[in-house]
Write a protein that binds this ligand. Structure first.
Ligand SMILES: [Zn+2]
Length: 219
């Protein structure tokens, strides 16, 4: 977590105009399609729910009210975070949501939050731009793991569920797991997030993700 997450406050209306203009100027096709249609056509055929179901993940849906958000135009990488509270508190999505809203953001900046027992809370809608990784929110999904992994270790359940969540996102957005597509927050911004103990596990998480994806695709 970091205070400087680059929350995007551009309204959907402005994005819509800009997107239409891009197509008018760049492609000369005019604004014939609803603005999200091109993106959706290019995105994976699976829904979020279907992709998660492939790996046996049942989301918890906290009741969170968000301010204005923008649809993400592309998705090519996944950023791993920790909550990073000094006492290692495994806060609920609602707690983090209130904390982020009080900073003037649209709401919780992550897309998912994985708790110590392996339960996953859905946070910001996955198709929306997050507010979790300054200057890199426009093409990334943000997954946060509850705890402070500068001082603690992620639980076994968190490691297993994180690999499954990474696999589901790779399936949903057609991402190849690797060191450029699955990264810790500290690889983008000046922060200790997701903590040295979780950052050190990213190589094995990428391997586990590849294995899970191969298994899912060969079903
Ligand atoms: Zn972070």
């Amino acid at each position: 977590m970091t205070k400087d997450t680059g929350e995007n406050k551009v309204s959907k209306k402005n994005i819509s105009r800009r997107t239409c203009l891009k197509y008018l100027l760049g492609l000369g096709l005019g604004c014939l399609l609803p603005w999200g249609a091109v993106h959706q056509a290019e995105a994976a055929k699976l829904t979020e729910r279907e992709a998660l179901a492939q790996f046996g993940i049942n989301l918890h849906y906290p009741s969170l009210a968000f301010g204005d958000m923008s649809l993400r135009q592309q998705t090519s990488a996944i950023v791993v975070h920790h909550l990073g509270f000094p006492d290692g508190h495994d806060a609920s999505a609602a707690e983090v949501h209130n904390f982020h809203r009080n900073q003037g953001w649209a709401g919780i900046g992550y897309h998912y939050l994985i708790h110590r027992d392996g339960a996953v809370e859905k946070c910001r809608p996955v198709e929306m731009e997050g507010a979790h990784c300054y200057q890199n929110n426009g093409y990334t999904v943000g997954i946060c793991v509850g705890g402070n992994f500068e001082i603690d270790q992620p639980s076994k359940a968190q490691m297993e569920v994180l690999a499954k969540m990474l696999s589901a996102m790779c399936l949903l957005y057609d991402i190849k797991p690797g060191s450029r597509t699955i990264r810790g927050h500290q690889e983008y911004n000046k922060t200790k997030c997701p903590g040295k103990n979780l950052q050190a596990k990213l190589p094995q998480l990428r391997i586990r993700t590849s294995m899970l994806l191969d298994q899912a695709r060969s079903k």
